[in-house]
Design a protein around this ligand. Structure first.
Ligand code: SF4
Length: 81
């Protein structure tokens, strides 16, 4: 069984998904500093990744590092089956 999926845009994504809890996010942007292509921010500097953002294949390690860097523990990473 493959551990990748292809989304509607044709981008291969891993089985990892990341969610931000915007009630915890304080806009430190540490996630963005580590992986700006994944951890988008809104105009006020708060995370805008939303719920269950799929992690592209090949970005798993840097995205995990970005999640770990959040001092507010506002980011959660989950593996879908
Ligand atoms: S590092 Fe954490 S608190 Fe800072 S912007 Fe990213 S999600 Fe928000």
């Amino acid at each position: 069984m493959s551990n990748t999926e292809v989304d509607a845009g044709g981008t291969a994504t891993s089985t990892l998904k990341v969610t931000v809890d915007n009630s915890l996010c304080q806009g430190h942007a540490r996630c963005w500093h580590i992986a700006p292509e994944f951890f988008t921010l809104d105009e006020d500097g708060y995370s805008s990744i939303g719920t269950g953002k799929p992690v592209p294949v090949g970005s798993e390690e840097v995205v995990r590092a970005g999640v770990a860097a959040c001092p507010e523990r506002a980011l959660t990473i989950e593996e879908s089956a």
